[in-house]
Design a protein around this ligand. Structure first.
Ligand SMILES: [Zn+2]
Length: 219
């Protein structure tokens, strides 16, 4: 197989049934134009053994996964390949909870891996909000008189907003997403899809954000 093309998961798993098949696939794709040492640039004095290349010029050994999305993936290359396949072929966005359950890995693990995948898939289009990020919920519609805090009026449209600020507290970039309610399940996607886990995040301390504290840097 040269390059897998298609959206059929059964064919995908048939072509790439285990970790070794995925390693072989990666080896082929990564060095399709021949080996070039990432340390010294040498292209000639090298030897391939299994899914690695040994550069004799500088003694560097490079694995097929080095400098790729799949580097140091602890839950196995096959699962990682399947997650990337699902993410790139699904029209709806997948949640880290779903993926964690489906592949028997923790939500934190699937979150970090999926964010890495999203970043590399979208790096040319958009960048994750980072550094200082403020997150808040709001409703769209007339203001309810004498009412503060969250609106539970079912007729009002609810949304969540994430704002990246400069160090002078000026607005840099913004993402808004509509939400059905204020549950963690509804609040989480904007974090998964748009906010870097390294960002310092400020919220109004609503309990819906609590489960995110294990993964994100939330104040
Ligand atoms: Zn080298």
């Amino acid at each position: 197989m040269s390059e897998f093309i298609g959206v059929n998961i059964l064919n995908f798993v048939k072509e790439l049934p285990n970790d070794d098949a995925c390693k072989a696939y990666l080896t082929k794709i990564k060095w399709r134009d021949g080996f070039k040492c990432t340390k010294c640039g040498n292209t000639k004095e090298c030897e391939k053994s299994g899914y690695k290349y040994h550069c004799y010029s500088c003694d560097h050994v490079e694995s097929a996964t080095a400098n790729t999305l799949f580097h140091k993936v602890k839950f196995g290359l096959h699962k990682a390949f399947c997650i990337v396949f699902e993410m790139s072929t699904s029209s709806k966005s997948l949640s880290s909870i779903q993926v964690g359950k489906r592949y028997g890995i923790s939500q934190t693990t699937s979150w970090f891996f999926m964010q890495k995948v999203r970043k590399s898939m979208e790096s040319s289009k958009k960048h994750f909000l980072s550094e200082l990020v403020h997150v808040d919920e709001f409703t769209v519609g007339r203001k309810e008189q004498d009412k503060q805090g969250r609106s539970y009026d079912p007729k009002k449209k609810k949304a969540i907003i994430a704002v990246e600020l400069t160090d002078k507290h000026r607005v840099k970039r913004v993402y808004v997403k509509s939400i059905d309610d204020y549950s963690s399940k509804s609040l989480i996607p904007i974090f998964e899809e748009h906010i870097d886990t390294s960002a310092k995040i400020f919220t109004d301390k609503w309990r819906g954000y609590e489960p995110l504290k294990e993964i994100c840097n939330i104040t």
